[in-house]
Design a protein around this ligand. Sequence first.
Ligand SMILES: C[S@@+](CC[C@H](N)C(=O)[O-])C[C@H]1O[C@@H](n2cnc3c(N)ncnc32)[C@H](O)[C@@H]1O
Length: 243
Amino acid sequence: MNPADFYTGIVADLYGPLKSFVQDPEPYAAFVQEAGSPALELGCGDGDPLLELRRRGLDVEGVDASADMLDRCRRRAREQGVDVVVHHQRMEALDLPRRYRAIFLAGPTFNLLPDDSTALAALRGIRDHLAVGGTALVPLFVPSPTPAEQIGRVRTATADDGAELRVSMLSEERSDSTRTQTAVLRYERYRDGESTVVDRPWVLHWYTRSGFEGLAAAAGLTVVSALEAPDASDLQFQLRAAD
Ligand SMILES: C[S@@+](CC[C@H](N)C(=O)[O-])C[C@H]1O[C@@H](n2cnc3c(N)ncnc32)[C@H](O)[C@@H]1O
């Protein structure tokens, strides 16, 4: 499976009910207000924080590789009475007619790109879709190995139709040479005696600060700012087109 297709089928069905964390919309609203509109969220998924930014009247569109996640996003938008424009594309093959003053990812979705060459293609796409003077915001993190006691632990939720939903991590492998951590996640759905069980690899790929700066430069982007957490586990880059 291409990592861009991870959030499809049962994973998309379970994403909302099992979501443990919702991105705070404030930093992204502030970024769009500062950088300007139109704006584009890459990896918008089922609409957080995209729908909240639309509710505030900001001109923001979304892109996602998963048609299933975009269906959920459009449905939530309809339920909330919000107009939204979303595009079904991979961020590493971005091809949109508009140019944007602000392009951002909400949280470390860029870490879902599985290797440096895919990341470079995405950064080139970002470069090509920035309007003159536009800014991109790319949050990154370095994942920690999952503690052994959490492997096999099951999280449960109930779907709208009453089905029992479960997700658990079966195993995890980490490679410092390729800077990837791959977990095998098991997704389960049980209802009326019927069951669906799917195991999927979930890949996270991380960067050194200088490595990411090198990729950005190769894509024709220059670093405007890089905010680093004290333990260097989180890094948030603002990028502009190089002259
Ligand atoms: C963790 S979800 C975040 C969704 C949403 N922003 C939120 O916070 O709930 C990551 C999203 O990125 C999308 N995604 C993963 N790889 C992608 C790629 N290569 N191009 C575009 N979207 C991608 C997935 O389909 C998924 O919807």
